[in-house]
Design a protein around this ligand. Sequence first.
Ligand code: E4P
Length: 218
Amino acid sequence: MKFFVDGADVQEIKALSEIGMVDGITTNPSIIAKTGKNFFKVIEELCALTQGPVSAEVTALDAKTMIQEALKLRTIASNVCIKVPLTEEGLKACYELRQKDIMVNVTLCFSALQAIMAAKAGATYVSPFIGRLDDIGHNGLHLIEEICQIYDQYPEFSTEVLAASVRSPFQIREIALMGADVVTAPSSIIRSMVKHPLTDKGIVDFLKDWEKTGQSIL
Ligand code: E4P
């Protein structure tokens, strides 16, 4: 299972890299806007942090302009993965970019039918958004399960399921059980996965007993 960090905080991503948790990075226009920095500069910085794919999203709505934007974004670094929305124009851009062997992440996926189309268009990744479906009373995790099940039945589909819009560590457990290829989550959620009160208590208890021995390892 691959972990992508959903965000643009360089220090946070570096910290996660040091424990082997960064296989790639995803961004979107909202994340870029929050940085207050130049889009190209941010993507360049992020691309230097990982050899894995860094998703940069196009903002055009028509395929022709999406492709122009994609080609410009690809001049930043070879690990830029182009993010296109799951619309007919987005699929058209995806299909053409894949002919040029450019990585494409088809984003804003909210149904299994859309995910089938992304796979048919040759997407490298499809990003179903869990949290945003939950927000409107649907079941985001169920969508991940459906897509994994469908893709598993068709070996000709090489698109990887990239579970996105993750809001809790519990969801990552569920996503892993379903067999999604990749999860992208904010660094805070990935870091919270390590926490367990019994681990902390165990350390305290062991150290108390160790002190009684009067020994030291170094
Ligand atoms: C994924 O690529 C998206 O950037 C992200 O997961 C969106 O998450 P949100 O719904 O929490 O904004």
